[in-house]
Design a protein around this ligand. Structure first.
Ligand code: GLN
Length: 293
């Protein structure tokens, strides 16, 4: 099929009803429903109960444009401007990586590795926060946490700020957002847990030219090198920012667990281990910092 006929397949006529639009759509049923709900400001229930409703010219045009953009590969999350993560609806724009379900593992692990007896305030650092997904999920789950999240991208921080305002409101201790290239702007302060989902895809990996990744910020996906350079930097400096007994937990690629464990073992980390995601892939590795005497 040529690009032109693809595009015409996505053309919706004014006066069509919702039932026929759902049937005609060139996209898969789930994506079609998400885009129709977005374009017509309808809920899932309304889509079913009002499927005789007809679209006007402007709505038809808006839907056709969305279908066409999706056919050309734009991620659904960018088209509708949001994605759910850890039960929270987060705003996403092309300035931030789209939160992935497997990253929820990192949130679970961070929560499990925070000391239970909170004698003093517990603190968490999220390196390369993007939309703020991990940091906001943590602060939302455990309101007493002091969460600091940083990112090198000012545009990403603007998105994270809006997500924080929406889900955390004005409550204190609030999430602290900081523009920083990894630890650079941080000042020396110790955290109970450091988490990160850094860019870990190897430069030139074919995944970067496939699917949603083509539209996501490249610097959030790849280190433009061997895939381990951000992970290496995070591990090497973590000791300066962890309390004695604090945990470093990092998401990484499907084939990087052994290499990341090795990085941790060359430094003063114990209990070094990896955890599997729902697809049984070792997806997060970490260790406990033991301050050298
Ligand atoms: N998990 C993403 C992917 O493979 C990559 C995210 C990252 O590099 N941190 O699609």
């Amino acid at each position: 099929m040529t690009g032109t006929s693809d595009a015409s397949a996505a053309s919706i006529q004014a006066g069509s009803n919702i039932a026929s639009i759902l049937k005609q759509s060139p996209l898969n049923p789930l994506e079609t429903r998400i885009l129709v709900m977005h374009a017509l400001q309808m809920t899932r229930i309304q889509l079913i109960t009002q499927n005789e409703r007809c679209v006007d010219a402007e709505q038809a045009q808006r839907l056709s444009a969305l279908f066409r953009r999706r056919q050309l590969g734009e991620p659904v999350a960018y088209l509708v401007g949001h994605r759910e993560f850890y039960g929270l609806q987060l705003e996403v724009t092309p300035d931030v990586l789209i939160p992935r379900p497997e990253t929820e593992l990192l949130v679970d692990l961070a929560l499990q590795h925070l000391p239970v007896d909170g004698g003093s305030a517990l603190s968490v650092l999220d390196l390369g926060t993007g939309s703020g997904a991990i940091a906001i999920a943590l602060a939302h789950s455990r309101p007493e946490l002091e969460v600091t999240a940083l990112d090198v991208s000012a545009a990403a921080l603007t998105v994270a700020q809006r997500n924080a305002a929406r889900h955390l409101g004005q409550r204190t201790p609030a999430l602290e957002l900081l523009q920083s290239n990894w630890y650079e702007a941080l000042g020396e302060r110790p955290f109970d847990v450091i988490v990160s989902n850094p860019p870990y895809i190897v430069a030139g990996d074919w995944h970067l030219s496939e699917g949603d990744l083509r539209f996501e910020p490249l610097h959030a996906l790849t280190d433009h090198a061997d895939g381990l350079s951000a992970l290496r930097l995070i591990v090497n400096d973590a000791g300066r920012y962890l309390k004695d007994g604090g945990w470093l937990l990092m998401e990484h690629g499907y084939d990087q667990a052994a290499a990341v464990r090795q990085l941790l073992r060359t430094l003063s980390f114990d209990q070094v281990q990896s955890w599997q995601d729902l697809a049984q892939i070792e997806r997060v590795s970490g260790g406990r910092w033991r301050a050298p005497d």
